[in-house]
Ligand binder design. Structure first.
Ligand code: HEM
Length: 472
C-alpha cells in the first residue's frame, strides 16, 4: 500500500531562476511579456518556484490545484497583494477590488447584484446601441478603404461608453468623439497601476516625472466629474423616492446601500466603486475583443461560420434582444477559445494572511504569491493540441479532441472573488463579435508574429492592425 508523502516543502526548497545579485529577477519581471517569461520558467523549474524581485522573494505557482485552493481560500487565508491596495488608495480608489475581509464582503454584495444576469438583461439596450455606434464607425473605415485600423482604440471607446451608462446613466459617445476626455484620462491609469505595483522603489513619490504629473491631473479631473454625478444621483433619489426600490443605474443602487445602517459606502467608497466598474470593465473586455479579432482575421472560415449563425439568429445589424444571444453558441465558443490562448489576466498577485499549508507546500504568513494561470491552458494534458486555435473544442458535440479541461482556465479568477462582470463582458463581446462578422470580412494588416503581447496589469495586443471589408 502506498502511503501519502506528507513531507512539507518550504519556499527554501524551491528553485529560483538565475538573476542579478542586487535586483534578482526584477529586470525580466519588468519586461512587457513577463507572464510568458514566467511560463518559460515553469518549463525549466516546475510548477512551483520562487523569484526575487529586488529584496523581495515571491512564490510563483502554475499548479492548477494550488491556484484553485488559493483563489477559494479568500478572503480568510489569502488577500490581494497589499501593494495593490497601497497603489489604489494612493490614487484615491477605495474599491471592492482592493478591499479585504468584512469591508470587502459588504461591498461585494451590491456590486455583484448590479451585474447579475437579470440586471445585465436590462442593460442590453445600452449594449445594442453602443454596438450599433461601433459598427457605423467600422462601416466608415470600410467605405473609405482604410486598410490598417488600430481597432483596440474603438473597442476601448465601446467599453467605456457601455460602462459609463451602466455605472451612472451618463450617455457618452466616445466611439465617435475621440476627444472625449474620459477615455484619455482612464487610459493613463492601468499602465501606471502596473508600473507602480512592480516598482521596487516608489520613485513617483520621490521624483515625479511627466507621466506622474499627468496622472495626478487626470485623477483630479475624473474625481470632479464623478463627484458631480454622485451629487446629481443623490438629488434624483430625493426627487424620485420610488427609484430607491428600482435604481436605474449602478451609482443609484450604491447610494441606496449607503443609506443602510451598517453601510461601508461613504463618499470615497462610492467614488471608488464607480471607478472600479469603469476600470475593471474597460481594458479587460476591449483587450479580449481585440485578441478575438486577432484570431478571426487569420481564419476566414470561422468568420463565415459566425456570419451564418448571426444570419440565422437575428435580422438586423445587431441582435435585437438579449434572448437571441443564447443561440450564438459558436460565437461564444470562439471567444472562449481566444480567452484560453490569450487571457488578458494571465497572472494574479496575492499574499498570505497567515501560515498555511496547501498540498504539502508550506506558505508562511505575508508570502507574496503570483498565480501563473495561463500555463495550464497551454498544456496538451488539459487541452489536446493546446497551441491550436480551434473553437470547436468548446462545443460538446463537435469537440474533436480527447482532452478538454475548462476548470483550469482562470481568466476571470475564481472562488468568492470571481469576476462579477464576467456575464456582462460575455454579453458585450458576443454581441460585438457576432455583429462585426455578420457584416465584414477581416484581414490582418500585419504579420501575426508582429502582434505582440504587452502586460500592463492586463495584456493588450500591440500592433494589431486590421482591414474591414463590407460583405454584401
Ligand atoms: C473579459 C473581461 C473581463 C476579464 C477577463 C476580467 C477578469 C477579472 C479578474 C481575473 C478578476 C480578479 C478575480 C479574482 O480575484 O478571483 C476580476 C475582478 C473584478 N472584475 Fe472583472 N474581468 C472582466 C470584465 C469585467 C467587467 C465588464 C466588470 C464590470 C463592469 C468587471 C468587474 C470586476 C470587479 C468589480 C472585480 C473585483 C471583484 C472582487 O474583488 O470581489 N470585470 N476581473
Amino acid at each position: 500500500m502506498n502511503t501519502p508523502d506528507t513531507t512539507l516543502i518550504s519556499l527554501k526548497d524551491l528553485k529560483t531562476p538565475k538573476g542579478s545579485f542586487l535586483s534578482g529577477n526584477l529586470n525580466d519581471f519588468k519586461k512587457k511579456n513577463k507572464h510568458r517569461i514566467l511560463e518559460e520558467w515553469v518549463k525549466e523549474y516546475g510548477e512551483l518556484f520562487t523569484i526575487k524581485l529586488g529584496p523581495i522573494k515571491a512564490l510563483v505557482s502554475a499548479n492548477p490545484d494550488i491556484n484553485n485552493t488559493i483563489l477559494k481560500q479568500r478572503p480568510e487565508k489569502f488577500r490581494r497583494l497589499s501593494k495593490i491596495n497601497e497603489v489604489f488608495i494612493e490614487m484615491g480608489f477605495h474599491t471592492v477590488f482592493n478591499a479585504e475581509g468584512e469591508h470587502w464582503k459588504k461591498q461585494r454584495k451590491p456590486v455583484a447584484e448590479a451585474l447579475n444576469v437579470r440586471k445585465v438583461k436590462g442593460y442590453y439596450p445600452i449594449i445594442k446601441e453602443k454596438t450599433s455606434n461601433l459598427i457605423s464607425k467600422i462601416n466608415g473605415y470600410s467605405n473609405s478603404n482604410k486598410d490598417s485600423i488600430e481597432i483596440i482604440n474603438d473597442f476601448i471607446a465601446f467599453t467605456i461608453d457601455v460602462t459609463t451608462e451602466i455605472a451612472f446613466g451618463y450617455k457618452l459617445n466616445t466611439i465617435h468623439n475621440k476627444e472625449d476626455s474620459f477615455q484619455n484620462h482612464l487610459e493613463l491609469i492601468f499602465p501606471m497601476i502596473n508600473e507602480r505595483i512592480t516598482a521596487p522603489i516608489p520613485m513617483w513619490r520621490i521624483l515625479p516625472n511627466k507621466r506622474d504629473k499627468k496622472l495626478k491631473e487626470s485623477l483630479k479631473s475624473i474625481e470632479v466629474i464623478i463627484y458631480q454625478f454622485i451629487k446629481e444621483a443623490k438629488q434624483r433619489l430625493i426627487e424620485n423616492p420610488e427609484l430607491k426600490e428600482n435604481p436605474s443605474n449602478f451609482l443609484e443602487a450604491l447610494l441606496v446601500e449607503s443609506e443602510k445602517e451598517d453601510t461601508v459606502f461613504d463618499e470615497k467608497t462610492l467614488y471608488g466603486n464607480v471607478i472600479a466598474m469603469l476600470l475593471a470593465g474597460e481594458d479587460t473586455t476591449s483587450n479580449t475583443l481585440s485578441w478575438t479579432l486577432y484570431y478571426l482575421a487569420q481564419h476566414p472560415k470561422i468568420v463565415d461560420k459566425i456570419r451564418k449563425e448571426s444570419i440565422n439568429c437575428y435580422s438586423g445589424n445587431v441582435a435585437d434582444e438579449h434572448n437571441q444571444l443564447v443561440n450564438l453558441k459558436y460565437t461564444n465558443a470562439v471567444i472562449q477559445e481566444a480567452i484560453r490562448l490569450k487571457p488578458t489576466t494571465p497572472i494574479l498577485f496575492f499574499q498570505a494572511n497567515e501560515d498555511t499549508v496547501i498540498n504539502n507546500l508550506s506558505i508562511p504568513k505575508d508570502t507574496r504569491i503570483i498565480l501563473q494561470n495561463s500555463h495550464a491552458s497551454m498544456q496538451d494534458n488539459n487541452f489536446s493540441n493546446a497551441k491550436q486555435f480551434n473553437p470547436n473544442r468548446w462545443i460538446t458535440s463537435e469537440c474533436p479532441y480527447k482532452n478538454h479541461n475548462p476548470k483550469v482556465i482562470k481568466a476571470f479568477g475564481g472562488g468568492s472573488r470571481l469576476c462579477p462582470g464576467m456575464y456582462l463582458s460575455m454579453i458585450e463581446m458576443t454581441t460585438v463579435i457576432s455583429s462585426i462578422c455578420k457584416q465584414f470580412d477581416l484581414n490582418l494588416s500585419v504579420n501575426p508574429s508582429k502582434v505582440e503581447e504587452n502586460f500592463a496589469f492586463t495584456v493588450f495586443p500591440e500592433n494589431l492592425l486590421v482591414k474591414f471589408t463590407k460583405v454584401n
